[in-house]
Design a binder for this molecule. Sequence first.
Ligand code: GLU
Length: 395
Amino acid sequence: MDTSRVIADRLRHVEGSPTLALAAKAKALAKAGKPVLDFTAGEPDFQTPEPIKQAAIQAIRDNQTKYTPVAGIPELRSAAAAAVNRTRGTSYQPAQTIITCGTKHALFNVFQALCQPSDEVIVLAPYWVSFPPLVRLAGATPVVVETREAEGFLPDPEAVRGALTGSTKAIIINSPGNPTGAVIDEGRLKALARLAIERDLIVVSDEIYDQLVYPPSRHVSIVQAVPEMRDRTVILGGVSKTYSMTGWRIGWAAGPQPWIEAMVNVQSHSTSNPTSISQYAALAALTGDQAPVAAMRREFQERRDRLVSGLNRLAPLRCAMPGGAFYAWCSVSGLQQSAEATAAQWLEDLLIATVPGEGFGAPGFLRMSFAASLKTIDDALGRLGEWLKKRRPAG
Ligand code: GLU
């Protein structure tokens, strides 16, 4: 049998996540003893705070090791609703939330629940690598709308308008954004909201980085900017980035109850429930002392400043200051070679692991996660400085 022939059509344009693949490659090199400087993974390098780990251990001791309700344990749904409501002025009830196996899985459920094969979904580029595949896996079509470096990679509502057709169902927004760290301002959110209302569109708002915003930037949710958006928006979040809990796989969605119920149906036939033990850990994260979050944010800010200012001293590299998340989005177009070639060269020659922009729909850039120590950042800047000196024509 030609075994590849039977792969489903909808997977024809879906490749595996390049961020995860490159992070795995960097980890394998480090394991093999290479002094690799890893800027690939969107994964905080801090340990999960101790009280959260203790809550998971306690959950095992308490025999919380059986199926939970599909949508998550009630206490965690309440805590997730409270976390969403705390900063957005909303009043989501636990029944308007679902706990999922990470925020990526919340997005998967959203598109499975809301999209039909004829639907188009607006994706703003540079986009997080998984947005287009998640839309395709639901049989729908991603329609990419570019944002511009000169505009800080913020969405242009008129460009979005230009891409709308009778089949457009949804717009994905992601603020603070991966990979650019751009934080969408209230004015643009209002303009996007007006457009969504006028054209009867859904907004899928991935707000996983809402706690990782650096002053003077400020996270504003579209449902806060325009309260009328609450009945046409689903908000996604999770504990992975805020509490350094990537491996525990706990995310959530909050939105109109019928949408949440449809997502619960999808989940009931796929994962049943997120891991019971992780749910208790996430509950401890959301309801416990928030001091570790502030400490991690301060540390990220220091790293951001060091990496971004350092890159900007290394012409022709160029990097805008991200207002949130933990990614430096570095232009390498001045090197006159593709980002993919540059990333491969940096890995091979300098043992610096980055993610090239092609996977984010933006060639000409590299993503460097500053979830890496100051020493790693300084070493990388040193190696890059030497490399660029050698590269420049003499004289
Ligand atoms: N979201 C993180 C990243 O962009 C984790 C990897 C992934 O899920 O793509 O690196």
